[in-house]
Design a protein around this ligand. Structure first.
Ligand SMILES: [Zn+2]
Length: 246
């Protein structure tokens, strides 16, 4: 179950599945990345310092997200990855961050192995199955058993607001018989991107999944929404800190 929590006086979104872990989603109350709202960069800069201080880390590992399917298992001392939409780490005390305004944020974490991942899945990432591929790399390259992975599918644009034409529908929906994934109205399609990611996780035998009900577009008072704000918006973030001493 998702719930709003307080992080040093700022509103964040956490899940009961990872309650005792530093794995969460930020809100408009705690922006870390200004995006097109250049005027809030000073606030974001202060918030990034506060995040590092509260979590006791020197660096934040992040990426230039390009709606692609490149996944990086991070190295010590590399804090920025170009052309990357998913990060994985098993380095104790490493802190990873990716940014969103409507795209689906996914956090993966194995409490047993203290190994985590963070995924940026817009519709292109969903179509390229970036979530399934990230889970696969954790499972195969880092020997994580899927049963030990907890997955959080965070706030994103919902089925209520993600209206597309048939071209996007055909790229996203492989199983047209699964009406959990979409609703057709006239010649438009309303697609549930969060549910697409859930099915990608289930296919990888990950069943411990919490899925947020929140639509960023309907709730643009709490989250940033690229669609609602016509691109003139900042970003909320997904945060994963790997437990353990350096
Ligand atoms: Zn909505």
């Amino acid at each position: 179950m998702f719930y709003f929590d307080n992080f040093n006086g700022k509103k964040i979104l956490k899940s009961s599945l990872l309650q005792d872990y530093d794995c969460f989603f930020t809100t408009r109350d705690f922006p870390l990345t200004a995006g097109a709202l250049e005027n809030i960069e000073p606030e974001c800069s202060i918030n990034r310092l506060s995040l590092k201080k509260q979590l006791g880390v020197q660096n934040i590992t992040t990426a230039k997200q390009v709606h692609g399917c490149n996944i990086e298992i991070i190295n010590k001392n590399t804090y920025f990855y170009d052309n990357t939409d998913a990060l994985i780490s098993n380095i104790p005390s490493s802190l990873m961050l990716l940014n969103y305004a409507d795209c689906v944020p996914i956090i993966l974490y194995s409490k047993k192995d203290n190994t985590g991942g963070i995924i940026h899945a817009g519709w292109r990432g969903c179509a390229a199955e970036i979530t399934a591929k990230t889970a696969d790399r954790m499972i195969k390259e880092l020997n994580i058993h899927p049963e030990n992975i907890t997955a959080l599918i965070g706030p994103s644009i919902g089925k209520c607001c993600f209206e597309t034409d048939e071209d996007v529908f055909l790229k996203l929906i492989k199983d047209k018989s699964n009406t959990e994934l979409y609703t057709k109205k006239g010649n438009k399609f309303f697609i549930d991107l969060k549910m697409i990611n859930k099915y990608q996780l289930l296919e990888k035998d990950i069943h411990n999944i919490d899925i947020s009900d929140y639509c960023t577009c309907c709730m643009s008072d709490i989250f940033f929404s690229y669609r609602k704000e016509k691109g003139i918006t900042a970003r909320h973030s997904a945060i994963v800190k790997i437990k353990g001493d350096k």
